[in-house]
Design a protein around this ligand. Structure first.
Ligand code: AKG
Ligand code: FE2
Length: 354
């Protein structure tokens, strides 16, 4: 990762604590009631599952799922391919580096809130190509095509990534349907927003960190999209900000489970019934760590706003509509070029006096 420079140093209040709270874990939800059928029936098992999901979204914004239907072989394959890729010499990885023209591929200097993360990543889009606005300027309607770049090694890398993405996409739709039901909506209410999805997948590698008290694997942030489905290995390090008291809580690894979190878009759609929760990753000086988040994102042309069914005179919309594509492009640009624009956030679209 080159020389250790101060760009990795977190401000004192954001550095990891010496001891972590392990008393409680985020809810663990068994998805077996939906494994067998494509459409949800109205059995009591499904009703209970929907209630559990609703509770978890409200209390934590995070939960883990087991019996999710994604074959474990698919996950093992991408985890192996990811390890093999990141263990390649840096010059080899840089052959597929992200640059100003292509935001996809390998990248080892990402900053979260202007502090460098102790990690390396490889990003690819789920729909290849994916359309997004070319510029963050509000009136520039030009679109750009994001295209994946694949490394030559390991040789099954692309196949492992594509197969895994397909499995997780299926799971993401099911989760969005369960979340819709938990909000009292028809199960497919949100599906059409993802027709030309801008979802992307990231392979994260967190190398050993000699300054784990000063740096973070990923600094505190919220996910901007609709929903994140994360595979973490058995090392641990993900921390979630507990809503009740703001404490950082470790998400203990559970074998073959996925960690799900509500992103900013579901917060807005639900008019704040569900909140997108801050999370971060602690670096380790003992064990390197790998994780794979899937960011389930709508089409670029979707205007994100509180759902009509969830607002009324008594509880008016808390946000003005914003265009997802412009939001996403502004984020990408400010992350990459360190533009002198404030990192766009959903609270910029919040209505006053509510
Ligand atoms: O690696 C992890 O556990 C989480 C990573 C994360 O939050 C992200 O990439 O948005
Ligand atoms: Fe995240």
């Amino acid at each position: 990762m080159g020389n250790i420079d101060e760009s990795f140093f977190q401000e004192t209040e954001h550095r990891p604590k010496q001891s972590t709270i392990e008393a409680e874990n985020i809810p663990l939800i068994d998805l077996s009631p939906i494994l067998t059928s494509d459409s949800f029936n109205s059995s009591s098992e499904i009703t209970n599952l929907v209630a559990e999901i609703g509770d978890a979204c409200q209390k934590w914004g995070f939960f883990q799922v087991i019996n999710h239907g994604v074959p474990s072989t698919c996950r093992e394959k991408i985890e192996r391919a990811s390890k093999e890729f990141f263990l390649l010499p840096t010059e080899e990885k840089r052959k597929v580096s992200r640059d100003e023209d292509n935001p996809l591929g390998f990248y080892d200097t990402e900053h979260t809130k202007n502090v460098r993360d102790w990690k390396e990543v490889f990003d690819f889009v789920v729909e290849n190509p994916t359309l997004l606005p070319a510029s963050h300027e509000p009136h520039d309607m030009k679109l750009m095509e994001l295209k994946n770049q694949w490394p030559n090694f390991p040789n099954n890398f692309r196949e492992a990534c594509e197969e895994y993405a397909q499995g997780i996409e299926k799971l993401s739709y099911k989760l969005v349907e369960l979340i819709a039901l938990s909000l009292g909506l028809p199960s497919k209410r949100l599906n059409s927003y993802f027709k030309d999805q801008t979802s992307f997948m990231r392979l994260n590698y967190y190398p050993l960190c000699p300054i784990r008290d000063l740096a973070l694997g990923v600094g505190r942030h919220k996910d901007a999209g609709a929903l994140t489905v994360l595979a973490q290995d058995d090392v641990g390090g993900l921390e979630v900000k507990r809503k009740t008291d703001g404490e950082w809580i470790q998400v203990k690894p559970t074998l073959d489970a996925y960690i799900i979190n509500v992103g900013d878009i579901i917060q807005v759609w639900s008019n704040d019934r569900y909140e997108s929760i801050e999370h971060r990753v602690i670096a380790s000086s003992m064990k390197e760590r790998f994780s794979v988040p899937f960011f389930f994102n709508p089409s670029h042309y979707v205007m994100v706003e509180p759902l009509e069914e969830l607002t009324n005179e008594g509880s008016p919309a808390k946000y003005r509509a914003y265009n997802w594509g412009k939001f996403s492009t502004t984020r990408n640009l400010s992350n990459f070029k360190k533009l002198n624009v404030e990192n766009v956030q959903i609270y910029h679209f919040r209505n006053g006096d509510l």
